[in-house]
Write a protein that binds this ligand. Sequence first.
Ligand code: SAM
Length: 222
Amino acid sequence: MRRKKHLDERLSAAGDILHVLESREFYKLSKEEKTSLFDLSRLFGNENPVEAEIGCGRGKFIAKTAARFPEKNFIAVEKLSNVIVGAAEKAKAAGLKNVVFLNLSAENADCFLPAHSLDRIYLNFPCPYPKNTYANRRLTSPRFLALYRELLGPEGEIWFKTDAARLFEYSLESFTANGFAVKNVSLDLHKSGFAENIATEYEEKFVLYGKPIFRLEAYIAP
Ligand SMILES: C[S@@+](CC[C@H](N)C(=O)[O-])C[C@H]1O[C@@H](n2cnc3c(N)ncnc32)[C@H](O)[C@@H]1O
């Protein structure tokens, strides 16, 4: 109980950049009311392009990305409240004004984010769910790709990285079978010379172990 109380206090202290969704009161709202809560120009105070990371974990990537691109806005989605709270606290302490954290399961992101509002979605080292029985939990499974199509603008793209070869193979097929095309495919990102790369927490660990990182960019097929 004390741990939960402590977590609740931290969540509410980070409240100006961290939105804890999926509570009962949110689900009583209509879809219009939910998405109007996330009028993105009001939320960020400008009309800058918006990008999102799904499954931001401890938030190192999104904090580095938001600091590098102050002319863009960022949304970080993470389902675990005890994980996202630390990410939001760090971003707040760093004074980042262009990032907002949503404690939410990605499955429900379209309840809150306006359609076609995102320029780019980052999927960084999503859980691979190797058993086929859990394939629909993979963040590159068809139901998630349909959701991303709804959230992305017409020129929108998905930047995907993983260390899991089987997930990468599955995702290549899933993207191309579900209305996306892929480009800039790399089977060893850190040897590919891609200078724009911003490493995530998981990525730093895998690179230390000498594991190759797989990467691709997906865009809505013409
Ligand atoms: C393996 S970690 C990677 C964290 C970070 N992206 C990185 O590369 O360091 C995957 C994260 O995605 C989150 N996650 C998994 N499924 C999710 C979902 N459906 N909605 C939101 N977050 C999810 C997990 O809770 C976990 O924090």
